[in-house]
Design a protein around this ligand. Structure first.
Ligand code: MG
Ligand code: ZN
Length: 356
């Protein structure tokens, strides 16, 4: 072999190696899981009740997210969700907009524009603040019917939760369910109906308003999330999915420690199933975090295996403390340290090599 050929070969091998090394570090799919109101104490109450173990522990990368909004030390879920989804701090109550009411493209919409499949699965009405932040642009989170209309302006592939009445029983008499069908959505009114859908577009609106609390909801969340992944994973280019454990927050507003454990364990079971998929798949980044802490919860004493712990709350509302981030899969190392809640979008965008 000529010496020049040897060096050419060596250079080619080095280039191939560096390509494969960097390819290993980039995810194809991203799943963002938001435990609404899930601070450290909410997480630890479930870990305590579940005999000192959670699926969440499989995430080897952890960090903290600073949750304050543009106008309040303590955020609401509108500004908190908007920060995660759109990468901007906005005023409490606003959805997918800057404080000056300028619409900002969310990471879900950006994923869609870059030909990824997209989805949302939640345990509240799909029009509620957290899911709305990923798809809608409204000055006020209470504009549920306007937010429902915003779903039709996107090409989201799968959305599952409650909130049917905001689509088919509206002040303006417009039937958005019919419009969804015209846009080739398969509309499912129950989990069983949704589980029959294996490809194409799916709108799962299982309840008139929010889904019931645990345990009445059963395994709606884990099963719906896996059904969504099954459909979204048909796209070779990848997918972006947002999953919310919506009702951890509501149990914490009620200062109901046992209900917090129930909602947390439902979310954690879902996390386990998602991590199983990510592990099998190998190209999936899973980021788990919260929009804020709720209840100012603390635990002074407890017994592993029991949900009857010495838990206290300092408020019936949200608190301003940072919330944990847990990450798994290629790119997970990007979500460590202490970061602003506005940093998620840019980091995901970069990992997925999106065009602006
Ligand atoms: Mg929420
Ligand atoms: Zn709340």
């Amino acid at each position: 072999m000529k010496k020049s050929n040897f060096y050419l070969g060596l250079i080619a091998a080095l280039i191939l190696m560096s390509v494969s090394v960097s390819a290993e570090k980039k995810p194809k799919n991203v799943i963002v899981m938001i435990g609404d109101g899930m601070g450290l104490a909410q997480m630890y109450s479930a870990m305590t009740a579940n005999n000192n173990h959670l699926q969440l522990e499989r995430c080897t990368y952890t960090g903290f997210s600073k949750t304050y909004s543009s106008d309040h030390y303590t955020t609401d879920s509108g500004a908190g969700g908007t920060a995660i989804a759109c990468g901007v701090k906005t005023k409490n109550g606003m959805i997918g907009m800057t404080p000056d009411s300028v619409k900002i493209e969310s990471i879900l919409e950006l994923s869609e524009r870059n030909q990824l499949s997209t989805g949302i699965v939640v345990t509240c009405a799909v029009t509620h603040a957290t899911p709305a932040s990923f798809i809608a642009h409204q000055v006020n989170r209470d504009m549920y019917e306007e937010i429902a209309t915003d779903f039709l302006k996107t090409d989201i592939d799968v959305f599952i939760g409650g909130g049917l009445k905001y689509f088919n029983n509206r002040k303006d008499q417009v039937n958005l369910v019919e419009k969804l069908k015209n846009k080739n959505y398969q509309v499912a009114y129950s989990l069983d109906e949704a589980l029959n859908v294996k490809s194409g577009k799916l709108a799962g609106l299982f309840y008139e308003d929010h889904c019931p609390a645990m345990p009445k909801r059963g395994d709606m969340l884990p099963k719906s999330v896996m059904a969504a992944i099954d459909i979204l994973d048909n796209n070779k280019k990848g997918f972006f999915l947002m999953v919310e454990g919506s009702q951890i927050d509501w149990a914490a507003h009620d200062n109901d420690k046992k209900q917090i454990v129930k909602e947390m364990l439902d979310f954690d079971e879902t996390i386990g199933k998602v991590l199983d998929f990510a592990q099998r798949n190998g190209n999936t980044l899973v980021i788990i975090t919260a929009d804020h802490e709720t209840g100012g919860m603390t635990i002074l004493n407890g017994k592993f295996g029991s949900d009857d712990m010495d838990a206290y709350f300092s408020t019936k509302n949200h608190s301003g403390v940072p919330v944990p981030i847990y990450a798994f899969g290629p790119g997970a190392e990007q979500f460590t340290g202490i970061m602003e809640n506005t940093a998620f979008k840019g980091k995901i965008e970069k990992l997925l090599d999106f065009k602006k």
